[in-house]
Design a protein around this ligand. Structure first.
Ligand code: NAD
Length: 489
């Protein structure tokens, strides 16, 4: 049952993902999708719109009529109890038609202010009262601070147990994010070095070239900190920093991630400035096109104090990571669209090649998350010729060049996992709670003090100067991720 069936997320991601799963045989004939949204539509109109989105986003329609015949529509106002009772009758009929054993997956792909009401109504009107499993898949944002997240959690927990709740973080569905675990735990080469004796610092960048587009109203209240850092960025740090779990199952992985989040050095509000900086984009050029400043975007206040860029230093105060900064940065309207992790190893104790006047480059392990997916190892090798000079070389593995086909979309994986009941790549309440508590201190510092320098970075740049300064204080610099593209290697 998909709440928000006429929305952008459903059309762009969910229908194409379901279709791919169907075509791969991962969904059998025993399924039905009930689209729920406000608009009045017949089943046929709904099926046609699903077909259209598949054609638009996948560009093919093999077996499509068979696929869309499983789609039903229910026009619904989420606050109207009678409407849930109709939905219940529809669901029970489909249970029989498709032999579904009463298994129900409720997907909330609509504005978050409705999540609590829907969950409570599903329970009070008897939709969660079923012989099969019942699961709730819930989109971000999960609250806008710790307090509101806690209240939302309390409401959805009235209808669903924690192990029935699948909180989506679509970064966790990405192939290469899941690959962090494999790179770390399946290679004798890395895990012994994965600590403060050998690693100098770790940099996680997630940059976008797009601006706020038509999401100004939402973004004004959220900003990059809540939109990206609280969830995706902290999740990536947790995966990079966690201890090897005793088993690769949901509970063990989650509990190791929770331990990382608990080890983050907490900041006092007045110390936030030493660890986090913010930016807001000015006008500029992106891909050769002139683009406006954030403050001139639709539904954005002309004196907006909202950050469109965040850079920060996270210290993880445990035995493995003491002294190793984890730098994160994320922003809109940056020079490149890219998500990458750079693990910088410490310099070797002695440079035997100093007399060649070459400074040795540090070894780097670069994990490319998107748009390309892969891993690059930066080493030093001998330059061919007579002298003993060194030259940097890159060993490169690219997922796409191996598979020669697109890797599965994050939503496809997450939908599949939620159907199979595998919650590993969804966030547990404990993770959400700890992340919000960490981020709330930063929000408080920033809400108390207007940033006078806004706008402070040109569109098409890699962010404000303060972000460079943050690393320079520690003797580090951001690695130029735009030069690390797999294609350039
Ligand atoms: P949208 O505005 O495009 O769609 C909202 C849907 O909710 C529509 O189907 C609308 O009919 C329905 N709706 C609104 N009010 C209703 C009511 N009172 N009763 C019944 N139905 C109602 O939103 P979207 O972009 O698809 O986003 C949905 C959710 O997914 C949000 O929580 C968003 O933060 C999250 N999300 C979206 C994207 C994305 O790419 N669009 C990415 C990540 C997360």
């Amino acid at each position: 049952m998909l709440f928000g069936a006429t929305g952008d997320l459903a059309n762009r991601k969910l229908y194409p993902s379901l279709y791919r799963l169907y075509k791969k045989g991962k969904i059998t004939e025993r399924f039905a999708v009930v689209g729920v949204a406000r608009r009045q539509l017949s089943n046929e109109e709904f099926q046609n719109s699903v077909k259209e989105s598949i054609l638009t986003y996948i560009g093919e329609n093999v077996e499509i009529d068979e696929f869309i015949s499983h789609f039903y529509y229910h026009s619904h106002d989420v606050t109207d109890a009678a409407s849930y009772r109709e939905l219940k009758t529809l669901a029970e009929g489909l249970d029989t038609t498709y032999n579904l054993d009463g298994n129900r997956l409720f997907y909330m792909a609509m504005a978050p202010e409705f999540f609590g009401t829907i969950a409570e109504s599903l329970k009070s009107e008897g939709l969660t009262d079923t012989d099969g499993y019942k699961r709730l898949v819930i989109e971000k944002p999960f609250g806008h601070n710790f307090e509101s997240a806690q209240e939302l959690n309390r409401r959805i927990r009235t209808a669903f147990a924690e192990d029935e709740i699948y909180r989506i973080d679509h970064y966790l569905g990405k192939e290469m994010v899941q690959n962090i675990e494999v790179i770390r735990f399946a290679n004798a080469l890395f895990e012994p070095l994965w600590n403060n004796r050998y690693i100098s610092n770790i940099q996680v960048t997630s940059s976008e070239t797009l601006g706020v587009e038509e999401r100004g109203r939402y973004y004004e209240k959220s900003g990059a900190l809540r939109d990206m850092v609280q969830n995706h960025m902290l999740q990536m740090v947790a995966l990079l920093a966690m201890e090897p779990p005793i088993r690769l199952n949901t509970d063990e992985i989650r509990s190791e991630k929770v331990r990382v989040l608990r080890s983050f050095r907490t900041m006092k509000v007045e110390d936030v400035k030493d660890y986090f900086v913010r930016g807001q984009y000015d006008n500029g050029m992106v891909d050769g096109v002139e683009v406006p400043a954030y403050r001139n975007e639709q539904m954005v206040a002309p004196d907006s104090n909202t950050e469109t860029y965040v850079a920060g230093k996270l210290m993880i105060d445990n035995f493995r990571w003491a002294g190793v900064p984890f730098y994160i940065r994320t922003g809109k309207r940056m020079a490149a669209k890219s998500t990458k992790i750079v693990v910088q190893f410490k310099d070797i104790p002695m440079n035997l090649y100093y007399n060649t006047k070459e400074t040795l480059n540090p070894n780097l392990l670069v994990i490319h998350i998107q748009p390309e997916e892969g891993v690059t190892l930066h080493l030093n090798a001998k330059k061919s010729g007579q002298s003993m000079t060194t030259t940097p070389v890159r060993l490169n593995f690219s997922n796409k060049s191996v598979d020669r086909m697109n890797t599965p979309e994050a939503y496809e994986k997450l939908l599949y996992d939620s159907m199979r009941g595998d919650a590993t790549n969804f966030t547990h309440w404990d993770e959400v709670a700890l992340s919000w508590k960490f981020v709330d201190t930063i929000s408080e510092a920033w809400e108390n003090a207007k940033e006078e320098s806004f706008p402070n970075y040109a569109s098409g740049s890699m962010g404000p100067q303060s972000s460079e300064d943050l690393l320079q204080k520690d003797g580090h610099t951001w690695w130029p991720i735009e030069e690390f593209d797999v294609d350039n290697c």
